[in-house]
Write a protein that binds this ligand. Structure first.
Ligand SMILES: Cc1cc2nc3c(=O)[nH]c(=O)nc-3n(C[C@H](O)[C@H](O)[C@H](O)COP(=O)(O)OP(=O)(O)OC[C@H]3O[C@@H](n4cnc5c(N)ncnc54)[C@H](O)[C@@H]3O)c2cc1C
Length: 323
């Protein structure tokens, strides 16, 4: 039994999808212990509503003007204070851009340890332990944290959550004691993706490589991505050639993704690309070279010209998904 606090990110007045999977997993691991959701922001509105149904017994809202934008010092102070007040055994958060920065900072303030970017969690001999992928996914390490609390950041889409036992979802306000100045001011936030689904949180991704040959040809992926509710990614070769933006790059020097479905169209499967998508649950490779390395990692392989295969696949998706 463990008391678990889940840091839930809020965007556009709603908790992000990662909160659902983390709360569901927390409920399973808590095994009768308390599951607490913790939300930070300057105006959280009704973002706390409905978190009980996702498994939260308690929801802590930390609202403060200093939390309007992500200011690391302020957010780390607020989160660590809420954790100290709640005294959980375990703290979970998404290994998102924000989570990867915030959780270690909050842990440092509490002199606690963090296992970052885990892809699984389980009950071990010394309490909850995590799985981390090493050497670009070639090895898996089991990590335990010896501090109290134990912090884990979890790669988005690591867990498939079924029915979750609902918690009470009681909402409590926590007043953080924050300073006026943390030596850091957010002047402007510019979103590069508009309302495009964030690659790191997408459950379905179609990525294209150098073989797409132009920016216009990447448009081939718009319709299937829309039909599947997915995001579009790219190899570095495609980004370097100007066919896609850097925010779409998957791999060692791009984003690490973990979707349920990853379609790699015209991507060779270089080690640096695999580093960003190897943990995808189902990998579909489309490549005209039957010996392309990507096929060694694919769940399903289609040997063929992507310019012929993609329209057929899109037509089939339209049929299946409109039924
Ligand atoms: C330090 C470093 C960091 C790197 N970081 C990254 C990274 O983050 N992400 C990344 O992706 N790469 C990264 N790379 C680059 C990586 O090594 C590869 O060069 C790159 O992934 C290749 O991209 P690609 O598969 O699109 O191109 P290619 O390797 O050129 O492969 C194109 C593939 O398309 C197939 N093809 C061609 N035409 C068609 C068609 N009509 N239909 C179907 N298939 C077709 C070919 O058979 C081939 O397999 C990095 C490299 C270095 C050195």
């Amino acid at each position: 039994m463990a008391d678990i606090l889940v840091f839930c990110e809020v965007a556009g007045g709603k908790v992000k999808g990662t909160a659902r999977e983390l709360l569901g997993k927390a409920k399973e691991l808590a095994d009768g212990g308390d599951v607490t959701a913790c939300l930070l922001g300057s105006d959280l509105g009704d973002a706390a509503d409905g978190l009980g149904e996702l498994g939260a017994d308690t929801v802590i809202k930390v609202e403060h003007d200093a939390l309007a934008s992500y200011v690391p010092g302020a957010w780390a102070a607020a989160l660590s204070q809420a954790i100290e007040d709640n005294n959980p055994d375990v703290v979970l958060g998404a290994a998102s851009v924000l989570g990867k920065d915030l959780l270690p900072r909050a842990a440092a303030l509490l002199e606690a340890g963090v296992a970052a970017d885990c892809t699984d969690l389980r009950e071990g001999d010394d309490g909850i332990e995590g799985t981390r992928s090493l050497y670009s996914g070639k090895a898996l390490a089991t990590v335990s944290v010896n501090s109290e609390p134990k912090f884990f950041s979890i790669r988005p889409n690591s867990f498939v959550i079924g029915d979750v036992e609902a918690g009470d979802g009681d909402v409590e306000d926590f007043e953080a004691d924050l300073e006026d100045d943390y030596g850091y001011e957010v002047v402007e936030v510019e979103s590069s993706g508009g309302d495009v689904i964030d690659l790191t949180e997408a459950t379905r991704i179609i990525s294209g490589g150098r073989s797409l040959k132009s920016l216009e040809n990447f448009g081939l992926f718009d319709e299937p991505a829309r039909l599947m509710g997915g995001a579009i990614g790219a190899s570095r070769a495609a980004v370097d050639a100007g066919y896609a933006t850097h925010s779409m790059q998957v791999g060692q020097t791009g984003k690490v993704v973990n979707p349920q479905l990853y379609i790699a169209a015209g991507i060779s499967g270089a080690i640096q690309h695999l580093a960003g998508m190897r943990t995808s649950k189902v990998i579909v490779a489309i490549n005209k070279d039957a010996d392309a390395p990507i096929f060694q990692h694919a769940t399903y392989g289609i040997v063929g010209d992507l310019f012929e295969v993609m329209p057929m696949l899109t037509e089939e998706l339209a049929k299946v998904l409109s039924d």
